[in-house]
Write a protein that binds this ligand. Sequence first.
Ligand code: 13P
Length: 250
Amino acid sequence: MGLIVGNWKMNTTVTSAIMLANAVKVQIEGQFGPEVVVCPPYVSLYSVSETLRGSRISVGAQNMHSETNNGAFTGEISAEMLAQICQYVIVGHSERRTYFSETDLFINLKLLAALSAGITPILCVGEKREDRDSGRAHDIVSSQLDANLNGMDLDSKIVVAYEPVWAIGTGQSASPEIAQDMMFHIREILADLLGNQSEAIPLLYGGSVNEDNIGVYVSQADIDGALVGGASLNAGAFCRLIANASRTER
Ligand code: 13P
């Protein structure tokens, strides 16, 4: 069974987030298919989690702080706060690495804090255009995984998303061959780091995924689902994407 995650990024108001969540819930109700997660902005997390209560859709946050003690961190949200309302949290998204200068160490601390609060981290890794062009894509992803998973218990429940930065929001999705090649590499690294447990880790592809191309990704040997940005903001398009993912699952 696959996993489709919608990352709403900095979109929707509380009102439109509830409407979007409800529309997705109604449209996929009673259907058999992949596990579905939506990640609204913080301010809508509670309302969306209430809207989706009892449905087959889980809720994720888009970010969190690594600090485990409550205290003087103005504007920050801890894993403990998230644990009451979500099951997942995205860590290490390239937009946070790039625009907010998040380091591998910081991302590692977030991942460990999420796990100790009982939330499943969705760890994002991926190379920039210049890394791919210079033949360093595999090395970049290896070093991100090495650093970001440091100190993790071998049997922790995590999800890994490969999102090549050049494919995000550009309409230039990675070819299925490029995506599969990197997923195979990620599987090998995870096996090295975590042993047999790594086989249970879902691997998602992200970067300009839509209802038309989802099928080719989920039919690849090492791709278990997708992390979807733009195409998760329209309930109809997102639900068709989910339906197409289940139709073509390997
Ligand atoms: P797009 O699907 O809009 O390319 O975004 C991908 C992404 O960054 C999901 O986290």
